[in-house]
Design a protein around this ligand. Sequence first.
Ligand code: DX5
Ligand code: ZN
Length: 218
Amino acid sequence: DRSIKIAPSILSADFANFGQEIRAVEAQGADWIHVDVMDGHFVPNLTLGPPLCAAIRPHISTVMDVHLMISPVDAYIDAFAEAGSDIITAHLEAGPHTHRTLQAIRGAGCKAGLALNPGTGIEDIAYMLDMIDLICVMSVNPGFGGQKFIHSQVEKVRNLRAMIGDRPIHIEIDGGMTPETAPLMAAAGADVLVAGSAVFRGGSVSDPAPYGENIRAI
Ligand code: DX5
Ligand code: ZN
C-alpha cells in the first residue's frame, strides 16, 4: 500500500558506506531515512551522533527521521537540528520533562516526534497531542535491529489512532517490520513503517535491487 511510507533504518546498512547505502535505498523506493541514535545509557548500545547526521545529510534527498534513544535529550536537540534533521523523535521514557522537550524540538525548527517503548501506555500523551507531529510506537524494545515483533503493539496502535482523531499526526512503527507484520500495523492505523533488517537483507551497494524488492514486499 503506497500511502504507507517506508523508512529504512540505516542501523542495518553498511556503516563504512552510509552515503552510498542511503542513495541506493532511496533509488530503490525508500520514502524516508531513519537514523537510530543510541547512547549506551537509555539503551544498551552505542551508534552515532550529530557529526554523522551532518555527514549523511547531503546524501538524503527525502526526510531525515532521527530517532533519539538517549537520555537526557534536551542538551542535544540543537546539535541534531543543526545537523539537518527534519524530524527529531525523543522517548517519553527519557523524561522527565517531555512537554519541554517537544517544545524545544519545534523551537529548533524540526518536526517533533515522541516514541513509546512497548511497555508504555498511551494515556500520558493525551495533553501533548497538539505539540506532536509523529508518534513512534516501538514494536521491539529499543537498542538493536533484527528483533522479534511484539504483537501487543497492534492494539496500542489501534487505540492511538482513535485518540489522535483527525489531528495531523503520523503513527510510525519501529521494530520487527516484515511482510508478515507490516500489514497488521497498516490495518491498525500506522502510516510510516521503519524497517532495518527486512530492507537491507540480501542486498549491497553493488547489488541494490534486493532493497527495492524488500521495500515493495513490506
Ligand atoms: C531499534 C531501532 C530500530 C531498528 C529496527 O532500537 O530503533 O529502528 O533498527 O530494526 P529492525 O527493522 O531490524 O527491527
Ligand atoms: Zn528507530
